[in-house]
Design a protein around this ligand. Structure first.
Ligand SMILES: NC(=O)c1ccc[n+]([C@@H]2O[C@H](COP(=O)([O-])OP(=O)(O)OC[C@H]3O[C@@H](n4cnc5c(N)ncnc54)[C@H](O)[C@@H]3O)[C@@H](O)[C@H]2O)c1
Length: 434
């Protein structure tokens, strides 16, 4: 099938490349010409394990094209996937759908024959109806479907190839058959193909993300209780998560949830519910609690270092919201590092995905290109992101300062081992044994 992916970000690029790898003819279009130039020169504009190789393979096989010419991309395709961003509107909890509507207008303008339009972007319930309204001048040409994407950055290729479920929402039965054919190679390997109404599919995506965010927030709050009551949060997670009705995933205490989805989708769901005068009080509490968690952990960093943090050296290991991605959107580091620098601390950071523009203009904040140069003279090492290369460090070998402390926000190390090695070690939701 001839597919067009509008938006070549984490979702559009990965799904476009993977659809090409399944044998489809795919054109990926983006308004950001620098992304397209990079892709045409053979490099991925995003950090995603395995993606470079797949791009090269399918580009060479001429199944994959990159362009900023949206007219050609739309004209030559049968199925058009909308994969543009749906961020939160500035100063509001509402979803900014301007990118979605802008590319819908372009689809209207450049379509001269029948097209299936699929929203992969996460959009509030009812957005498909709005898209149809924009397309009404040529309504006979279009079938509008919702196919929310559930892939996770860092695991995106695997998630595309082996999704737990493929959700297709449409008000027209024939659309299900076309989408079933497109996804047949994945369905044949065992992925569930789930069909529902278009509005149903739109809501499933928000409900899933809000529920996962709730699990994280719940365990993070319990971690606070564990710290005060002398219980180990890992025992609680295991004990709870072993119940099949609950499940163990997303029950690991740590920093506030971040990334490009949970923060904006929890807000987007509340805002969509507000439109229907429905009060989603649980999700509202989750948003509030997650916001407080960033502040709480920032204050803990401050407390571990003592009342005066001026000129104290803090070394962050990892600044992305999770490992195996370069995505900084809503990472806790974006609030923690500027605050600590403002208080006079000297912050170094190292992240395997490289230097971050977000910290370039912050006084007292420096990027280091190795773990050792980052931590060498640290008073405090803050382990924020669980990249593999941070999982078995010999802190005494990488930090020269004899009085250094470690704050492990991912509980990667054993508190007992650290105590044995006489390292002043702090973690999350575990009894303090220092
Ligand atoms: N990132 C994830 O892990 C993830 C997972 C599931 C769902 N989603 C959802 O998928 C959508 C896209 O997310 P993303 O992370 O890939 O976003 P992104 O910001 O990485 O990419 C969006 C791309 O769309 C391009 N774009 C915007 N308007 C355009 C237009 N009119 N024409 C052509 N290109 C245009 C932008 O230049 C950008 O490259 C969002 O709704 C998001 O919530 C994201």
């Amino acid at each position: 099938m001839r597919l067009c992916m509008i938006g070549t970000g984490y979702v559009g690029l990965v799904s476009g490349v993977c659809f090409a790898d399944l044998g489809n003819q795919v054109v990926c279009v983006d308004k950001d010409k620098s992304k397209i130039d990079k892709l045409n020169s053979g490099t991925s504009p995003i950090y995603e394990p395995g993606l470079d190789e797949l791009i090269k393979k399918n580009f060479t096989a001429k199944r994959l094209l990159f362009t900023s010419n949206i007219n050609n991309a739309i004209s030559n395709s049968d199925i058009i996937f909308i994969c543009v961003g749906t961020p939160t509107k500035k100063g509001s909890i509402k979803v900014d759908l301007s990118f979605v509507y802008k590319c819908t207008k372009e689809i209207l303008k450049y379509s001269k024959r029948k097209k299936i339009i699929v929203t992969k972007s996460t959009v509030p319930v009812g957005t498909g109806d709005e898209i149809e309204k924009i397309l009404k001048k040529k309504k006979k040409l279009f079938t509008v479907i919702s196919n929310p994407e559930f892939l996770r950055e860092g695991e995106a290729i695997r998630d595309f190839r082996y999704p737990d479920r493929i959700v297709i929402g449409s008000n027209e039965k024939k659309a299900f058959n076309i989408m079933r054919k497109l996804y047949a190679p994945l369905i044949n390997k065992g992925s569930k193909f789930f069909t529902t109404s278009r509005r149903g599919a739109e809501l499933i995506k928000y409900a899933s993300n809000a529920f996962l965010a709730t699990k994280i927030t719940f365990i993070n709050e319990l971690a606070n209780l564990c710290e005060k009551s002398g219980v180990n949060i890992e025992d609680v997670s295991l004990g709870m998560g072993s119940d099949n009705r609950i499940g163990g995933r997303f029950l690991r205490a740590g920093p506030a949830y971040g990334g490009s989805c949970f923060p904006k989708d929890t807000k987007g769901l509340v805002s969509a519910a507000d439109r229907y005068k429905i009060n989603l009080s649980v999700v509202k509490s989750v948003i509030k609690s997650n916001h407080e968690r960033v502040n709480l952990l920032t204050q803990r960093i401050h407390k571990i270092l003592g009342p005066n943090i001026k000129n104290k050296k803090i070394s962050f290991l990892g600044v992305t919201f999770k490992p195996n991605t370069d995505d900084m959107r809503d990472s806790s580091s974006l609030k923690m590092i500027p605050y600590l620098c403002k208080k006079g601390a000297k912050v170094n950071y190292y992240d395997p995905s490289g230097e971050k523009n977000e910290f370039r203009n912050i006084k007292n904040c420096n990027y280091k290109n190795s773990i050792k140069s980052n931590c060498n003279d640290a008073d405090l090492v803050v382990l924020l992101t669980e990249w593999d290369e941070f999982k078995s460090l010999d802190f005494k070998k990488i930090v020269n300062n004899s009085k250094f402390k470690v704050y492990d926000l991912r509980n990667l190390y054993s508190a007992e081992e650290m105590k044995k090695n006489k390292i002043n070690y702090h973690s999350v939701g575990r009894p303090n044994i220092n």
